[in-house]
Design a binder for this molecule. Structure first.
Ligand code: SAH
Ligand code: SF4
Ligand code: F3S
Length: 393
């Protein structure tokens, strides 16, 4: 008798990077002959793709695993093989160690790789266009003091131009017309070998050219000093079949003038730009190690609106960061009133074990104050779309 094919099911927590990784994990399973199960109750292998950005995200993953294990115990059935992947699997995560008895295998996220063919579901937009997420980089080198991502996803690693373009070509052949490029900081695509100190200098000195870089690093910039990411946007836009390009996420500190100019003239690039500010207070931004000031953020937004008044901006903000005084919070409130953001993902600060802020700044804002600040900002920024705004307390 022919043996039935084995089945897999992927449960994904977290951000779009995780959702995109899950598409490639699915590709890997299907390439090995597995079929997708309709839910986790009936699969042979269950992959849980985790998020570690805030404590609540980790609690959710643990709660889910607990429910799975309890369910199979109660049914008296053998549970599926449980494979944990995603941002909770990095070494040194105490929560991970506590979950190990419920886990059969760990799949480090970097092993998923960029080049595994993805199984894309939910790829139709409301207008019926085919849309694909394309990872262009993994990891992060920015080390914002509150953030676990540089630890959970490791050092920034850009996917090669050739590999990205091959995927674009395949997508175009399959009838896709919209793409979203994914990276923790897409602006820095292709530049991780140029040290972050040099790149900060590049942004500060407008006359900086590749000749100012040490020879072994100058190869990464184009002769004009154009950031590689701009070249990538131009190369993808050159396909007549590609109608719309989005990218996520951009960091304000290296949002280059040439990128702004490209957005201005290349109307295939979405008119909505997501530009997280995190705080409107320079003192808080400094403690967060964001690498820019409030003034610099406002400058970038003004330049974007100057190249095209139709551009709308979204943001991320953290409230109740370590030591955030009322006066510092009021600076964020005031910025929110000035900026007219289309949408804001407001999050309550959650100290992440192992990060710099967890080590050096006490988490000294009471939860009730954090919650109140969250409500104030959410009301100001998302008042026109309270029904669709993200709830990430
Ligand atoms: N690379 C992106 C952000 C990825 S994390 C960027 O730099 O913009 C998504 C958002 O989660 C961040 O923008 C931040 O607002 C929030 N966040 C990250 N770490 C957090 C923490 N420890 N507590 C609360 N919110 C956090
Ligand atoms: Fe985290 Fe900062 Fe990197 Fe974004 S840029 S992933 S907030 S360290
Ligand atoms: Fe994304 Fe969560 Fe990891 S927000 S990068 S899945 S920590």
């Amino acid at each position: 008798m022919k043996r039935l094919k084995k089945t897999y099911y992927i449960h994904t927590f977290g951000c779009q990077s995780n959702k995109s990784d899950s598409e490639r994990v699915a590709g890997d399973y299907e390439a090995r002959g597995y079929l997708e199960a309709k839910d986790w109750h009936s699969c042979d292998e269950l992959i849980v793709n985790t998020c570690a950005i805030r404590q609540r995200a980790e609690d959710k993953a643990r709660g889910f695993l607990h429910n799975v294990v309890v369910y199979f115990n109660q049914q008296g059935k053998r549970r599926p093989k449980i494979i944990l992947t995603g941002c909770m699997t990095h070494h040194g995560n105490d929560k991970l160690y506590a979950m190990l008895p419920m886990v059969d295998e760990i799949l480090p996220i970097n092993e998923v790789g960029f080049n595994q063919a993805a199984i894309r579901k939910d790829s139709l937009t409301a207008e019926g266009k085919k849309h694909a997420w394309i990872p262009i980089s993994a990891g992060c080198n920015s080390f914002c003091t509150y953030c676990i991502v540089p630890y959970s996803r490791g050092r920034e690693q850009s996917r090669s131009f050739e590999s990205i373009m091959e995927e674009v070509e395949r997508l175009v052949a399959e009838g896709y017309s919209e793409v979203s490029l994914l990276g923790q900081n897409v602006n820095s695509w292709g530049l991780e070998k140029v040290g972050i100190g040099f790149r900060k200098l590049m942004m500060e000195r407008k006359d900086f050219t590749r000749d100012d870089l040490p020879e072994n690093q100058s190869q990464y910039l184009t002769p004009e000093g154009t950031p590689p990411f701009v070249k990538l946007l131009q190369a993808i836009s050159a396909y007549p079949q590609i109608e719309k390009i989005r990218f996520l996420t951009s960091n304000p500190w290296d949002f280059h003038d040439e990128l702004i100019a490209e957005i201005g003239k290349n109307k295939k690039i979405d008119r909505f730009v997501h530009l997280p500010v995190q705080s409107g207070s320079n003192a808080v931004l400094y403690r967060m190690n964001r690498g820019y000031t409030r003034e610099r953020y406002v400058e970038v937004v003004n330049k974007l609106r100057a190249v095209d008044p139709d551009i709308t901006i979204g943001t991320d903000i953290i409230v109740g960061f370590a030591g955030e005084t009322d006066a510092e919070f009021q600076e964020t409130v005031q910025l929110a009133q000035e900026m007219d953001w289309k949408v804001g993902f407001v999050a309550i600060y959650s100290p992440r074990p192992g990060t710099a802020s967890w080590r050096i700044y006490p988490d000294d804002i009471p939860h009730s104050v954090k919650k109140k600040r969250w409500e104030v900002l959410d009301q100001i920024i998302n008042k026109d779309n309270l029904s669709i705004r993200p709830k990430i307390v």
